[in-house]
Every structure is written in C-alpha cells, then in structure tokens.
Design a protein around this ligand. Structure first.
Ligand code: GLA
Length: 387
C-alpha cells in the first residue's frame, strides 16, 4: 500500500463530518509528519538534527464555539471527545491527550483560549516513527495561535508540542519532531542546532542526482510512551553530568574514554553512539552540498548499526531491512526516528529502486510473514492554514 496525502479527499470527509456534528463551517489547518535524514537521539543532547516535513500529515477543521468546552472528533478512529480546559479535565482517550495538552500548554504560557469544535484526520501511519503525534500537536498549536490571535512565534509553537509530550503523554522527547512539523518547507531539509536553536534550510532534491528516498515500514509498532526512550535520555544525561557538561554535545571520544571507569558499560556505549552521530550529521550536510550521495548513504548505515548495537533501539525486523538494503546495493539505509520499531529510511539509486522493493518485500515476508509497507515521501511544507 502506498499512502497518499490527498488533501481534497481528506478535507471533503472532514467537512462532511463537521457539518453533521456542528452544523457549521470551520477553518482548515494542516501540519506534517517528518523524516529525518540523519541525527537521531541527538536533539535532547543539544546536538544537530537534519529533518524535513513530509507530504503526510494531519488536517483539522476548527471553529470557536464561544463556550469553555472543547469538542473534538477523530475521524480516523471514529471517536468523539469533549473536555474542559482545566488541568483536572484531562480526557481518557490517548489521542485526545495531544489536543488537551496543547490547550493546557498554551494556557500555561498566558495564551487566552476558550472552547472550540474540531474534526481532524490524517495519513501519517501511526507508530511508524514519522511523528504523527507531532503533526497533531503542531496542527492544533498553529491553529489555536491563529484563531485566538495569540502571537506565539514558531519556536514557541514547537515547544508547546514538545511540552505536551513531556507533561501529558509521558515522552521526554527532544524538539526535532515538533520543529520539523512547524518549520517544514517543501523541497528542503533543515539542519537544526538543538543547543542554539539556529537552523538552516538545505535544498534537497535526490532525484536530480538519480536517487530516491523511500521508507519501509516494518509494521512493528513503535511506542515511545513509558518506553526505554526515556532511559536512553537518562543515560546521556548521566554521562554529561560526569563530564561536567550540560549536554553530551561537543564531548569527544577521548573525554568519554577518560571517564569510562566512572560510568556503566551501557551508558558508555550509548554516549559513544551519540558522539559518533554528531559528526555524521555534519558529514552528511557537507556531502549533500557536494552532491555526494554515496557518502550520505554510508553515514546512514553507520547510524543504523550504532543505533542497533550501541544505542540498542533497533529490533530484528529493522536490522533485517537494513541488511537487505545493503545486499541489494542500496546506498544508505537506517532506522528512522526514536527506534523500537517503525521504518527504515533508504537512499536508493533510481535504477535499483524496483529490484530493491521487490526483494525487500519477498525476503521480509518469507521471514516475518508479512510485507513491509512502502512509503514514498515528498519533502513538503509544515504547519499552515489551508485556503
Ligand atoms: C523521537 C523524539 C525526537 C528524537 C527522535 C530520535 O522521534 O520525539 O525528539 O529524539 O525520537 O532522534
């Protein structure tokens, strides 16, 4: 199955439901899921990430209702939730925590909001490591900022989403996903320095060089909530503390080796991965500017095996997919996102694309009983109002 972000169909479905439920028309907003070319688990270490928003996301139709109640309908799940805006009004449905959290985080920042009606739908595959949750948070953060004329800057909108994860969803995540979802620009990746929050847009057009970017979803559901994700972050923070730094960012292997006796073997390996990943992001950006996609790909494989062996956030299905990619001569392949399931991101020469996809499907199905889902992505715009 290939997912298609078809605005018109989605908008139509949302609009019909909105009419049925609220007998009115609202304003449409959208935001995007993301890919990350390289720079994984570096964001909460104050390092670099290199994501881009994609042509799969969330669309919501929203109208202010003049009450103190929020009424939200999740079209894809066929679930309706009503909640108030006080802390004790947290709804039980997991998906609604994202919308509720965004409202609460806006209020905590002094944003004056009141009730609204909303219907939303999306096409970011859930649990695939493509940040469906950030897309949802950014859509609502952007929309409420616009509808209530709050005047938050875009970084604050991204932070509202990130704090929602921390305070309402149990994931101690970095800023990458929400940043990508809010700032995304068609045809561009963004290198973000997560310490200074400075960023740069990089034109990204692999087709021009004869390459394609394709995701293969292992369909192993990645779940970051209450997961070892938070443990990884805690490991990094412990090592940074021993090094006397705020973040692991900027630490060298020599410095790490010098404190090896003071940290656990597991924390050592995790920090080693992060230190290596810092350099790989910068290498990849330089290689991209030189049109050297083979170096980009080589670094992607290094990231994969670092995430698998040192950081231990892979699984057999993802290792298997990266292995097949390598056997097929694919230039680069790696786990994308937090890990523990989800997709590999693959940089494939145009002429190898069909054979790789066929081989990946056949071999994976023979081993795991189902095919991986092929997801072609186009780098697209982030949070916005739809006309
Ligand atoms: C998840 C988090 C991000 C980032 C990635 C790993 O997607 O939400 O903040 O840490 O994992 O790079």
């Amino acid at each position: 199955m290939i997912f298609k972000y078809n605005y018109n169909t989605m908008k139509q479905r949302i609009s019909e439901k909105f009419h049925t439920l609220f007998n009115a028309d609202g304003v449409f907003y959208a935001s995007a899921g993301r890919i990350n070319l390289i720079g994984e688990h570096t964001d909460y270490n104050g390092g670099f990430v290199f994501p881009g928003a994609i042509d799969k996301g969330i669309i919501a139709e929203i109208e202010l209702n003049g009450t103190d109640k929020v009424n939200v309908y999740a079209l894809d799940l066929d679930e309706y939730v009503e909640f108030g805006l006080n802390e004790e009004d947290k709804p039980v449905q997991g998906w609604a925590h994202y919308v509720f959290g965004v409202c609460r985080e806006i209020l905590k920042r002094g944003g004056k909001i009141s009730g609204f009606n909303a219907v939303f739908a999306g096409d970011v595959p859930l649990g695939a490591g493509m940040s469906s949750s950030a897309a949802l948070e950014s859509t609502f953060a952007f929309a409420l900022d616009d509808l209530f004329h709050l005047g938050f800057d875009k970084f604050e909108l991204a932070r509202i989403g990130q704090s929602t994860e921390h305070n309402y969803c149990g994931v101690n995540c970095g800023i990458m996903d929400q940043f990508a979802s809010v700032f995304g620009k068609a045809g561009h990746l963004m290198r973000l320095d997560c310490r200074s929050m400075e960023f740069e847009y990089f034109p990204f057009d692999p087709g021009k060089y004869g390459y394609r970017l394709v995701l293969l979803n292992s369909c192993v559901k990645h779940e970051l909530v209450g997961s070892p994700y938070n443990d990884r972050r805690a490991s990094c923070e412990r090592v940074a503390k021993v090094l006397g730094q705020e973040f692991l960012r900027g630490a060298t292997m020599e410095q790490l080796d010098a404190i090896k006796d003071q940290i656990s073997e597991e924390d050592y390996r995790r920090a080693r991965y992060v230190i290596g990943e810092e350099k790989r992001v910068l290498d990849v950006c330089a290689a991209l500017e030189a049109g050297d996609y083979e170096t980009v790909g080589a670094r992607m494989y290094e990231t994969h095996w670092g995430m698998s062996k040192d950081y231990e956030v892979s699984c057999i299905e993802l290792d298997y997919l990266a292995g097949i990619a390598h056997t097929c001569g694919v230039s680069g392949s790696r786990i994308m996102g937090g890990g523990f399931g989800g997709c590999t991101i693959n940089l494939v020469k145009e002429e190898l694309y069909n054979t790789f996809i066929e081989e990946a499907k056949t071999a994976f199905a023979a081993r795991f009983g189902h095919e991986p889902v092929v997801i072609d992505v186009v780098i697209s715009d982030g949070a916005r109002k739809l006309e």
